[in-house]
Design a protein around this ligand. Structure first.
Ligand SMILES: [Zn+2]
Length: 477
């Protein structure tokens, strides 16, 4: 195959002995190169913009400009056509066209000119009962995932990709190895281990990437502790709530707020989020996923994107509050707005990884404001507000946060969520007493249970509302 600028052609090669040759006329087609055979000297001259390359019958030599260059095998003249070694084509075309020319033997592709070859980088990470394999691409690529007996294949049906990856063996028994096997479809092969149970895949933007999450078991049973889990309740048809994505705030180098004794917000949010996930699965019988299941930095925009990819019905981001007045305590639950309820809320949104860029907050009624309200979260605000209220009411019982209630602020993490979405500030990590509570397993469990009750109450009310709507819409007899 030859890739020439925006053009793509198949090359029909022939073999003579050990050499693979391509007819010259086919090779230079569409490149604007003149081909002038000279039977007297047994040579052929290629011309382009005053430059020339001369090839000789039965010689592995080319005269390029004034210099002789070696070719990998003899040039042959057969029945009026000239054959040249395909792997040496770049040595002729490069200097003649003054363009980059490259023969990719493995993929059997000849590249001439500025052809952008997409790059794929592979990273793997292991976190407890999950292995995450990420294929990050330099541009949007078609990824085809196929699960077969004992392995998962990811094909990238493009002419050419450059892959930065060393074959890798993994321990833990969920995924055994990840390797690039190439072939026509640029395939990756991921060998499944004996502990493998489920695979979730989703695609994210900036950079475009495919994420494959291999789970050892649908539930982290180790976290169930001594208390036996209640049996899963089949979710009621019609509530429309099947999947909840829980977002443990911060992670990795982005540690979040810091308690007076050194507790990091990112650790507290992960611990609570894991418990919420378990409760939502066990008590509510819903699917639940985390945006991160370990100490990992996840971009703000990617968090709702994960929820969108899972087609989640609810998105709950979990945080711990900081600063403000010394005695500040208790929980708060937020939903999105472009105007903060008060200065404190605006400051908090800025602290939680940034509020919506000031430039993006346009005066109401302006065109820009309309564009903003076009965003995913806009049409779910009413439901988000209801969800926030139920969670806050349940949390207040546990954290004693009288009077704090539900607030609104321009949290960037909520903007892209295409479902009811709230941000929970569980308690004040900056308050020494609450910091102590936040690290205790008992308190974390109470908070997680309260959040789950809030979700359950919201689900029940929504069910009633949709049920009532159905009754109302019936024609009266
Ligand atoms: Zn936070």
């Amino acid at each position: 195959m030859v890739l020439f600028e925006r053009d793509r052609r198949e090359l029909a090669t022939v073999t003579r002995g050990a050499a693979e040759l391509v007819p010259l006329s086919q090779l230079v087609m569409g490149m604007g190169i003149t081909v002038s055979p000279d039977p007297r000297t047994g040579s052929v001259t290629l011309g382009y913009q005053g430059r020339s390359v001369i090839l000789y019958d039965k010689k592995s030599l080319a005269q390029v400009g004034g210099e002789l260059r070696l070719l990998s095998s003899n040039v042959l003249q057969e029945e009026g056509r000239w054959l040249v070694p395909v792997d040496s084509a770049p040595r002729l075309l490069g200097p003649l066209l003054r363009k980059r020319a490259d023969w990719r033997a493995a993929r059997r592709v000849l590249i001439v000119g500025e052809v952008a070859v997409p790059q794929i980088a592979v990273t793997t990470s292991v976190a407890g009962d999950a292995v995450r394999v990420t294929l990050s691409a330099s541009e949007k690529l078609p990824f085809r995932v196929q699960q077969e007996q004992g392995r998962v294949t990811v094909a990238v049906p493009r002419d050419l990709v450059d892959v930065a990856h060393q074959p890798e063996r993994l321990t833990g028994g969920i995924v055994d190895h990840v390797q690039f096997v190439g072939g026509k479809d640029n395939a990756f092969s991921i060998g499944l281990g004996r502990r493998f149970k489920t695979l979730q895949t989703f695609e994210l933007e900036g950079p475009p990437r495919l994420v494959l999450e291999f789970q050892a078991a649908p539930l982290d049973t180790a976290e169930a502790g001594a208390s036996p889990s209640p049996p899963p309740v089949a979710h009621a048809e019609g509530t429309g709530i099947r999947t909840v994505v829980i977002d443990p705030g911060h992670g990795g180098a982005e540690v979040g707020a810091l308690g007076p004794s050194g507790t990091l917000e990112k650790d507290v949010t992960l611990a609570i989020a894991r418990k919420v996930r378990q409760n939502v699965v066990n008590s509510l019988g819903l699917q639940a996923f985390l945006t991160r299941d370990r100490d990992l930095e996840v971009a703000l925009e990617d968090r709702p994107a994960v929820a969108n990819n899972y087609k989640a019905d609810l998105f709950v981001s979990i945080h711990a509050n900081a600063f403000r007045s010394e005695g500040a305590r208790g929980s708060e639950v937020y939903f999105l707005s472009y105007q903060a309820t008060d200065d404190e809320s605006r400051r908090l949104a800025a602290m939680e990884g940034g509020e919506i860029a000031p430039a993006a907050v346009a005066p109401a009624g302006s065109e820009l404001a309309l564009i903003l309200w076009d965003m995913a979260q806009a049409e779910h605000l009413e439901e988000s507000s209801a969800l926030a209220s139920r969670i806050q009411e349940e949390l207040a019982e546990v954290t004693g946060s009288q009077g704090r209630g539900v607030k609104q602020a321009p949290f960037r993490v909520l903007v892209g969520a295409a479902m009811p979405a709230v941000l929970v500030e569980v308690a004040f990590i900056s308050n020494a007493a609450e910091e102590k509570l936040l690290v205790s397993d008992d308190y974390q469990s109470k908070v997680a249970a309260a959040i789950t009750r809030g979700i359950a109450r919201y689900q029940g009310e929504r069910e009633q509302r949709t049920g009532a709507a159905r009754v109302d819409s019936r024609p009266k007899s």
